[in-house]
Write a protein that binds this ligand. Structure first.
Ligand code: ADE
Length: 235
């Protein structure tokens, strides 16, 4: 079973959306497991403080290295080899290729930051891999952890139906997906492209490839121009 352990100051946020739909059903069937660890259990003093003012001054609060380290050390077995992902806008952008790697492993540890940051020393000392889900700032890592888990879990064996066993969807061929159509044949005066109704599967495949390329060039030219179409993790 693929195992996720989430370290957070807000364990009540989980499973949240991961308890429903595809991910929730897969969890109920025992395809994957989700465990949360409350970082505050290792807070200091009467008030279980987890953060403090930044060394050198400045705004905001920083999560203490000793608190997070204690939480990780208590919550993970010494021989746990799962990747430890620290959700952070400073991290390496999450890409579908990394999602595939993570889903092929035993599981993952996801650490959710809050406040202005996390003491750098615990990132180094506990070999945390900083991961970003996009170039914008969330108020905490919890939503980023949920996004990451959703992307991973849907790829686990037996979670998705035959629909997109992965290979035809966006990013999988290094391109964004081609447009889809279904009934009715006429929608507010807009027809389905005739080629899709022709029954000529060779032509349909060529049309889809060309559309995928056109849309990718238009919206995400950064995905083009690499041998792998941009699916490999960027250095
Ligand atoms: N925490 C705050 N913003 C984030 C982002 N963009 N990605 C991952 N974790 C975050």
């Amino acid at each position: 079973m693929w195992r996720a352990t989430v370290f957070t100051l807000f364990p009540e946020m989980f499973p949240g959306p991961l308890g429903l739909s595809l991910a929730g059903e897969a969890r109920a069937r025992g395809v994957w497991a989700l465990e949360t660890q409350d970082i505050r259990d290792h807070g200091r003093g009467k008030h279980r403080a987890v953060d403090d003012t930044p060394a050198g001054g400045g705004a905001g609060m920083v999560l203490r290295a000793d608190v997070l380290a204690a939480s990780l050390d208590a919550g993970l077995a010494a021989d746990d080899t799962r990747p430890r992902l620290l959700m952070s806008p400073r991290g390496k952008p999450l890409r579908q290729a990394r999602v595939h790697e993570l889903s092929a492993g035993q599981g993952a540890v996801l650490i959710c930051g809050r406040f202005e940051g996390i003491d750098e020393r615990v990132i180094e000392a506990r070999s945390l891999e900083e991961v970003s889900i996009g170039d914008y700032v969330l108020s905490g890592g919890e939503l980023a952890a949920m996004v990451t888990l959703d992307a991973i879990v849907r790829l686990l064996p037996g979670v998705m139906g035959k629909e997109a066993s992965g290979t035809e969807e966006s990013f999988e061929g290094g391109l964004l997906e081609y447009p889809h159509y279904t009934r009715p044949r006429d929608f507010e005066g807009r027809a389905i492209p005739a080629i899709l109704l022709s029954g000529d599967h060779t032509k349909i495949a060529a049309w889809r490839k060309a559309e995928a390329l056109r849309i990718t060039k238009e919206r995400r030219p950064d995905l083009l121009g690499t041998m792998d179409g941009g699916t490999a993790p960027k250095k």
